[in-house]
Design a protein around this ligand. Structure first.
Ligand code: KG4
Ligand code: ZN
Length: 353
């Protein structure tokens, strides 16, 4: 494997990393990395404002590339390829990172790899442990996506489930907004939930126990809002009860997906959770039990690799570089880019592929 410069700018983190695909420890594989969070810029609006995000990426990305290369003790001449997120995400931000990657590739004559951000999340457990073998069952839970995928190999994904409305991280963020916990909401809800009673507030578990494989969180979010407005419940109890309901849904859907793979050949080597919400300790604990019941281990990358970062983009680039993939400088930025282009559409109006 090789030295890859990774660039990520699809949402509200600008991130640059240098990955050494052949190093034997995680610390050595991440040669250098920088992450600039835009939380402070978006906080007054209670969510990510696309125009502010794109501008903020453009302001910091070039110096961040220079700093990251300097930290790695490298110049572009020592890099084997440049891997930049090309989607899915907020298109203005994606374009900033992809155009930066293209410019660096053109100036250095090094190959460009256009990376699907979701593939970055999907392969992040292999950055932490390259011995994690394909195929594995992946629960991908982030601010924009909530999917269960069979990861059969590099670039070979079969989507088993997706959300018919909100993503799991979005449900955490909206609950945080209702409770006045600010942005980003997931970590704040998790912190407050530790002080609350998860059984205090009766909340629905949308789609749990149903034969269809998908997720739904919009009804849960509305129920949290109604319970909050009733004035009957303490903030911590609302947070804990929401988190428990959301986790119950995820557990039910994941167990269903695992059961649907029973007898499949080759069988999954592990249950893997990745994406920003995989940072949630209560979710990890519940999934460990789901995996154990199916006779599998739960694999979750370290928390710092769960939320958006460029190390996972560089790693996806390293896997693609080693497999011989190369992209042209005319590759387009994509607001939507499903990992499984053949997945049947899920029912529902606001479906997120
Ligand atoms: O993967 P990510 O950094 O960005 C996207 O690609 O969307 O995921 C961000 C999402 C946000 O919705 C955030 O609230 C959620 O992950 N999140 C959490 C936790 N940490 C981050 N949700 C629940 N518990 C957490 N500890
Ligand atoms: Zn992400």
């Amino acid at each position: 494997m090789a030295l890859i410069l990774g660039i990520e700018s699809s949402c509200d983190e600008t991130a640059v990393a240098v990955i050494d695909g052949s190093a034997s420890t995680l610390d050595a594989r991440i040669v250098a990395q920088h992450i600039a969070s835009q939380d402070a810029a978006h906080r007054p609006y209670g969510g990510v404002v696309p125009e502010i995000a794109a501008r903020a990426h453009a302001e910091v990305i070039a110096p961040m590339v220079a700093e990251t290369l300097a930290d790695a003790g490298l110049t572009l001449a020592g890099i084997d390829a440049i891997a930049a997120t090309a989607g899915p995400g907020l298109i203005g931000g994606v374009m900033v990172g992809l155009v930066t990657g293209k410019a660096l590739a053109m100036a250095s004559g090094k190959p460009l790899l256009a990376i699907n951000h979701l593939e970055g999340h999907a392969l992040s457990p292999r950055l932490a442990d390259p011995d994690l073998a394909y195929p594995y069952l992946l629960l991908l839970v982030s601010g924009g996506h909530c999917q269960i995928l069979e990861v059969r190999g590099l670039g070979d994904y079969r989507r088993l489930a997706t959300t018919i409305d909100d993503a799991l991280g979005e449900a955490f963020d909206k609950t945080a907004k209702v409770l006045g916990l600010g942005y980003p909401g997931g970590p704040a809800v998790e912190r407050l939930a530790r002080a609350g009673n998860p059984k205090a507030v009766p909340l629905p578990r949308p789609l749990a126990g149903t034969a269809e494989p998908h997720f739904s969180f919009a009804g849960l979010k509305s129920a949290v809002l109604r319970a909050h407005e009733s004035g009957k419940y303490a903030q911590a109890d609302l947070a804990a009860s929401f988190q428990q309901a959301a986790i119950d849904c995820v557990v039910d859907r994941t167990a269903r997906a695992l059961a649907s793979l029973e007898g499949s050949a080759p069988p999954p080597t592990a249950l893997v959770v990745a994406g920003g919400v995989a940072a949630n300790a209560a979710l990890r604990g519940a999934l460990e039990q789901v995996a154990a019941r199916a006779g599998l281990a739960l694999v979750a990358p370290p928390v710092k690799l769960c939320t958006d970062n460029a190390a996972m983009i560089g790693w996806a680039g390293a896997e693609r570089f080693a497999a011989g993939f190369r992209d042209g400088l005319d590759v387009a930025a994509r607001p939507r880019w499903p990992l499984d282009a053949n997945a049947a559409p899920a029912r529902g109006a606001g479906v997120k592929a």
